[in-house]
Design a protein around this ligand. Sequence first.
Ligand SMILES: Cc1ncc(COP(=O)(O)OP(=O)(O)O)c(N)n1
Ligand SMILES: Cc1nc(C(=O)O)sc1CCOP(=O)(O)O
Ligand SMILES: [Mg+2]
Length: 310
Amino acid sequence: MSAFTDARAISHAIVAAHGLRFGAATAAAISAGRFSSDEPVYRGAKQACTALGFIAIDAECLARAWQAQAMRTGAFDANQWPETPADFGLRAFPPTERGDAFAPCPERLGLYAVLPDAQWVGRMARAGVPTVQLRFKSDDAATIEREVHAAVDAVRGTDALLFINDHWQAAIAAGAYGVHLGQEDLDALAPAQVQQIRDAGLRLGVSTHGYAEMVRADAVSPSYIAMGAVYPTTLKRMATAPQGVARLAAYARLLRGYPQVGIGGIDAMRLPEVLATGVGSVAVVRALVAAEDPETTAAQWMAAMSAASA
Ligand SMILES: Cc1ncc(COP(=O)(O)OP(=O)(O)O)c(N)n1
Ligand SMILES: Cc1nc(C(=O)O)sc1CCOP(=O)(O)O
Ligand SMILES: [Mg+2]
């Protein structure tokens, strides 16, 4: 570590080692914003991660992990991208061992169809898709309740695991398999409401869009963590830039042991490189809903995923 007391040299070494896969910004002077510590490894890593295109909260999270890794190993190694949960302040995985864990789900959720209504949920469940989600956007409580119940009814008699997006109270009332919540959804809940979902025995999936959100998600010990958007998507407006497959692979290594889901802009051409990252599940909307023959497309994707995990 003695050779690495110079933050500038540390920053250059990290960018040289990882610029190719993450894509280094070319601007000579990129501001890393505020520094929360004077440690050279932390400062150099924050500068480097900013130059590698990570948003401020993720550059901060990564820089602290680089610093923790150097302290833990007694050396700074620019080639060793942080991927040890403890360096990010995370508890050991899988979360099922923890007292606050949500009910577990399979580590490999396989093809995960995110669908706009109960009719689509039933259709994809009957096509053999192993994991389905009702992503029904409405502000009307009675309409939501009806659609959630219809989705639960629609998967009956199939093996599909049904997650309900957003509408956690209706999901509990209808006896769904699980709930999927985004970061803002989670922020809007009081701890007692999160506990209500846990106590009801429903599984919880949480959306993440980078390292800081992964740390936030892990704090509630969810059943799975979704990572996106891997590629650009036209389905909804995203607050963050697409992550790309190199970052997805780094996230998957950090979260190994967690059921992981990749989402956002995944199509048949991109499927192999997404599967190569090791994520056990690929979630899609348009690839199925906009397909000419959704049943055949689902069968092809399921076969490709089985072959990749064999
Ligand atoms: C599997 C999966 N991953 C991510 C999302 C996105 O959820 P969220 O951030 O809550 O955004 P909306 O879907 O509610 O717009 C998801 N639905 N499913
Ligand atoms: C609903 C959703 N959530 C995302 C996230 O990154 O959190 S990406 C996404 C859209 C996925 O749709 P498609 O497969 O059609 O791109
Ligand atoms: Mg949501």
